[in-house]
Design a protein around this ligand. Structure first.
Ligand code: F6R
Length: 241
């Protein structure tokens, strides 16, 4: 796994945006799967700036949502859908027919999983994925112990994930399950970016990059992908030695 460490989060985001733009330029028509969460938001703003400068056409590729909190929809601030549409898809002007995102309000999770799997199948698989590392090492909602499932899954959320969710919603919502693309499906992508920033991620980054791969640290299961890059700021890289 290639590791790129930048001095701070601003420089890290700039580099992630540049490298994502380079992939998009080379792969028109590709299917991208981009994480929500806080870590990539500045990189998404940078990508929109690159598009405004004429350096990339973000509407030249397709998108699939990575995950969603079950029972939560776009009208809830902090849902993955709200974060991605308000933070990226809408300001980037991506045409609606290029995006398929999870609907956390669908009361038939099996149908929802199939809808996402069908879109991935229609586009011939995910080509590129950008994944944030969670405090427990999850990628998407592939929680510790989930392994490398292909297709999509409904997961009982880990206690850490439920605790961390307060930062998105500003309060504790009674969420028990998540819907996600499986880590094994994500691992089939041609290119994988893993990202983490801040000192609070230093320990899980060390476990991801320096300890033997383990199902207890889902991000570590991605590290033997043939084209994976871990983007860090110096604070997140602190325990790498
Ligand atoms: C979001 C997602 C999550 C986050 C992860 C890191 O779509 O799938 O796995 O990427 O929890 O979240 P932040 O970036 O908020 O620390």
């Amino acid at each position: 796994m290639k590791i790129i460490t930048l001095k701070n989060e601003a420089l890290q985001s700039e580099k992630i945006a540049q490298d994502t733009a380079a992939f998009i330029r080379k792969n028109p028509g590709a299917l991208l799967c981009l994480a929500a969460g806080d870590t990539p938001l500045e990189a998404y703003r940078q990508l929109i700036r690159l598009q405004a400068a004429g350096e990339v056409d973000l509407g030249s590729v397709y998108y699939v949502g990575l995950d969603e909190w079950e029972g939560i929809g776009r009208e809830t601030s902090g849902s993955c859908m709200q974060v991605m549409f308000d933070g990226f898809y809408d300001p980037a002007g991506i045409p609606a027919d290029r995006i398929v995102a999870w609907n956390g309000l669908n009361d038939d999770p099996e149908a929802e999983k199939k809808r996402i799997e069908d879109w991935i199948g229609l586009r011939g698989g995910i080509d590129f994925t950008l994944l944030g590392i969670g405090m427990n090492g999850h990628v998407g909602f592939n929680e510790p112990g989930t392994g490398l499932p292909e297709g999509c899954l409904r997961v009982k959320l880990d206690e850490t994930t439920r605790r961390v969710s307060v930062k998105y919603f500003g309060r504790a919502l009674p969420i028990e399950y998540g819907l996600s693309i499986g880590a094994g499906e994500l691992k089939k992508a041609k290119k994988v970016f893993l990202i983490a920033s801040g000192r609070h991620k230093a320990e899980i980054v060390m476990k991801t990059a320096r300890m033997p791969a383990s199902a207890e640290v889902p991000s570590s299961l991605m590290t033997d992908h043939p084209d994976i890059t871990l983007y860090l700021d110096e604070a997140a890289a602190e325990q790498l030695g």
